[in-house]
Design a protein around this ligand. Structure first.
Ligand code: FAD
Length: 316
C-alpha cells in the first residue's frame, strides 16, 4: 500500500488533534507514516500516533529542528520524500503548516495544495479558493502531492497501527539555519479550546457593542465548550484581542458548528469560516448577508437572544 506521510503537530510532547484527523484521512489514502520533528517525543506520543493508525513513525527529535523556525521541518520532509517516495504528504493548514508545505514543494519540485477540506482516494483535493468564495477540486500532477488540510475537516477515528519507529537524522543546510528562535513566550492556556482546532466556535462582531459586552459571547461559548472568535470590526475596535480574529486577514476556522453573533457576514469574514459544517447566525437585521450562508438564523437583538440560548444550553 502507498505510504502517506503525516507531519505531526505537537506542543510540549502532546500530539494535537489535527494530527489525529490527518492520520484518519491518511488511512483512506494509503498507509500512514507519522513524521515527528523536534524534541519531546516520548511513549505517550507514540501510543497516540499508533492509536490513530500510524504504521510507522519517523522520529527526528534533535533540538536543532525546534531552534530554527520552519525551514528544518521542510528539509526533514524533503529528505523523507527522497528516501521513502511517499504517495503524498499531509500537513495541517496552520500558518506554520502552510509555510512548510510551500517550502517542501519548492525543494521537491512538487505541486502543493493548501486549505484543502477533503481528499479523495485518488488524491483529488477539495479546497476553498478566492478568499473562500469558491470551492474547487484539484489534483497535483507534478512530483509528490503536498496537501495542507484545514483542521476539523475530518472527524478523528481510532484504528490501531504498528507505529514502528525509525530514527532520522536531518542534515540542515545553512539556509535552514538562517533564522534562529531566540525566545519562546508561552501564551496563557485558557480553559477554552484553541480557535483553529475547536469543534465549536462562537464569534462576536460589531453588533456586540463593547469590550465588556463580549462576556455574552464568552458565556455562550463556555456553555458549549467552544472557542471564542471575533470579526475584524470587533478586534479593530479593541473589544477582543486580534489573535481571535476570524477571516481573510485573521484565522481560518472549519468547526462543526460556527455561531456568528452580531456579524454582518462580509466576504472577508466569510473567507475564514464558511467551510464550517453548520452555521448559525444571530442578527437583528433580517437582510444581513450572513443569513445567505447560515443553516439556522435567529432575527433578534443579540443581547436578548444570546443569554436565553446560553441559559437553555446550561439546562441540558
Ligand atoms: P458590521 O458589518 O458592522 O456588522 C454588524 C452586524 O451586527 C450587522 O449585521 C448588524 O445588523 C448586527 N447588529 C448590530 N447590533 C445588533 C444587535 N444588538 N443584535 C443583533 N445584531 C446586531 N473582517 C473580518 O471579520 N475578518 C477579516 O479577516 C477581515 N479582513 C479584511 C481584509 C480586508 C483587506 C478588508 C478590506 C476588510 C477585512 N475585514 C475583515 C472587514 C470586513 O470587510 C467587515 O468590515 C467586517 O467583517 C465587519 O464586521 P462585523 O460584521 O462585525 O460588522
Amino acid at each position: 500500500m502507498a505510504e502517506i506521510l503525516v507531519l505531526v503537530d505537537h506542543v510540549d510532547g502532546e500530539v494535537k488533534k489535527v494530527t489525529l484527523e490527518l492520520l484518519t484521512l491518511a488511512r483512506s489514502l494509503g498507509e500512514p507514516s507519522a513524521v515527528w520533528a523536534g524534541p519531546g517525543y516520548a511513549a505517550d506520543a507514540k501510543a497516540k500516533l499508533a492509536e490513530y493508525g500510524a504504521e510507522k513513525v519517523y522520529v527526528a527529535d534533535d533540538a536543532d529542528i525546534a531552534d530554527h523556525v520552519v525551514a528544518p521541518k521542510a528539509e526533514l520532509l524533503a529528505q523523507l520524500v527522497g528516501s521513502a517516495s511517499p504517495a503524498a504528504v499531509l500537513i495541517a493548514a496552520s500558518q506554520e503548516g502552510k509555510e512548510i508545505a510551500g517550502r517542501l514543494a519548492v525543494k521537491t519540485e512538487s505541486g502543493v495544495i493548501t486549505d484543502a477540506v477533503g481528499v479523495d482516494s485518488d488524491l483529488t483535493a477539495e479546497l476553498s479558493i478566492f478568499g473562500g468564495g469558491v470551492n474547487v477540486k484539484s489534483r497535483v500532477k507534478t512530483g509528490t502531492p503536498i496537501i495542507a488540510i484545514r483542521p476539523n475537516s475530518t472527524a478523528p477515528e481510532a484504528s490501531q497501527g504498528a507505529a514502528a519507529e525509525e530514527r532520522v537524522t536531518v542534515s540542515l543546510s545553512d539556509s535552514a539555519k538562517a533564522a534562529r528562535v531566540v525566545e519562546r513566550v508561552k501564551q496563557e492556556k485558557g480553559a477554552r479550546p484553541e480557535l483553529t482546532e475547536a469543534a465549536i466556535v462562537v464569534s462576536g462582531g460589531r453588533g456586540v457593542g463593547s469590550a465588556d459586552k463580549f462576556s455574552v459571547i464568552e458565556e455562550l461559548a463556555d456553555s458549549l465548550g467552544a472557542a471564542v472568535g471575533a470579526s475584524r470590526a470587533a478586534t479593530d475596535a479593541g473589544w477582543y484581542p486580534h489573535q481571535f480574529q476570524v477571516g481573510q486577514t485573521g484565522k481560518t476556522v472549519s468547526p462543526q458548528l460556527y455561531i456568528a453573533v452580531g456579524i454582518s457576514g462580509a466576504i472577508q469574514h466569510r473567507a475564514g469560516m464558511q467551510t464550517a459544517k453548520t452555521i448559525v447566525a444571530i442578527n437583528k437585521d433580517s437582510e444581513a448577508p450572513i443569513f445567505e450562508l447560515a443553516d439556522y438564523g435567529v432575527v433578534g437583538d443579540l443581547h436578548t437572544v444570546t443569554p436565553q440560548l446560553t441559559e437553555e444550553i446550561k439546562k441540558r
